[in-house]
Design a protein around this ligand. Sequence first.
Ligand code: ATP
Ligand code: MG
Length: 443
Amino acid sequence: MEEMTGILPQTSTPYSEFGKHVGETVTIKGAIHNIRDMSDFAFIIVRTARELIQCVYSPEFSDYRLNDNVVEQSAVKITGKVVKSETRDGSERYELQIHNIEILSAPVAVPPVVISKKQINCDLSVNLDNRPVTLRNPKERAIFKIQEGIQRGFREYLTSLNFTEIHSPKINFAGAEGGTNVFKLDYFGKTVYLAQSPQLYKQALVPVYERVFEIAPVFRAEHHDTSRHLNEYISMDFEMGFIDSFTDIMNVETGILKYIMELLTKEYAPEVELLKIDIPKINTIPCIKFKDAKEMCVKKLKNITDMKDFEPEEEAFLGKWAKQQFNSDFLFVTHYLSKKRPFYTMDDPDDPDVTLSFDLLFRGIEITSGGQRIHDYNMQVEKMKRLGMNPEEFETYLMLHKYGAPPHGGLGLGLERLTMHLLGFKNVRYASMFPRDINRVTP
Ligand code: ATP
Ligand code: MG
């Protein structure tokens, strides 16, 4: 009887180990990414999980005879000799002199979009329509490798601070933030809602674990078609108890971002280089109060009519200001108006018109909202009533307050928003593998 050992045999030599095998015969597995036929020899570029490996075919050293069955996107196993290749910049590179090619699987059609060029050259909508194929392009897939790094950084940093990773339900009895952008769902005859955020649940877990975080999809029925909104996005959330001030949360976020940028620099160098990412240097992040920021915007920009919130152009202006004044790509704006923040937000005891809350702007766009939450039962019930909400509908949420909760707060950081601005994209859809927007639910 066969028995499993738990050890996966290595049947393909990773490119990173080629240096140890110069002059030796190795086997690689991958997809044929590109074939460049030079008449008496050919370059066959093989795409593995993270690299492109240059293989050279020549009747001089290949036992295999190149034929029409060897086409782009075939899954192949290639055996060959590792040789050092010449590079213009003198860096160490290796290639494989092909001895043999085994075709493991062949496509039945040519890709609808050229994916073997440096980048995809088609409209965004065509790119998105053909996502299972276009994501194979090295630049496209590098975007989501970077996104992996961002999530890893968030997770690793918070784990190091003893946060517990949680998963809250996405089918809920109430929308966390309320408002019109909640998706309703028929649940065996009852109306339920898709989670707009894990807010109510992560708060409930503060008295349990003290510090929790979640990386998961959330749903917003955005009725508009903008370059920064998706209907399903990945929210990176945390919530922590026993805070002394809401600035504790901003400090944790500053630490997370520093850690993420260092991780990307250290462990995602190939993608950083391929995408020419300008990694922000973070020392400290400056803070400004909403009121002061608004005053400045009103002075410097024309036609500001909404005094309660920022227009995108104001955020852009504040982003530039932070860069000029503090050489910072990030800016915390604090003390947003109570009227504009959700019901669970703690008002400032010194000025109840404003809240102990903040947004983080990255290069002039909001990527985070956060703040201190109400932990006192009576205070929460009163605020709900003041806002015209029925506390009875939130009975299970209010168990948190009723049975005792420490001072706490947290934040939500949009993964696609952060990726988008890190990579300098004009549209958030470039930073979503399979975006859902008002016009798109496929593929
Ligand atoms: P905005 O004002 O940009 O619409 P918001 O204030 O409604 O965002 P929050 O509820 O504060 O959003 O959500 C926290 C974070 O989640 C935002 O800072 C942003 O990074 C991200 N986010 C919010 N809505 C979307 C969306 N529709 N698509 C992608 N990311 C989003
Ligand atoms: Mg917000």
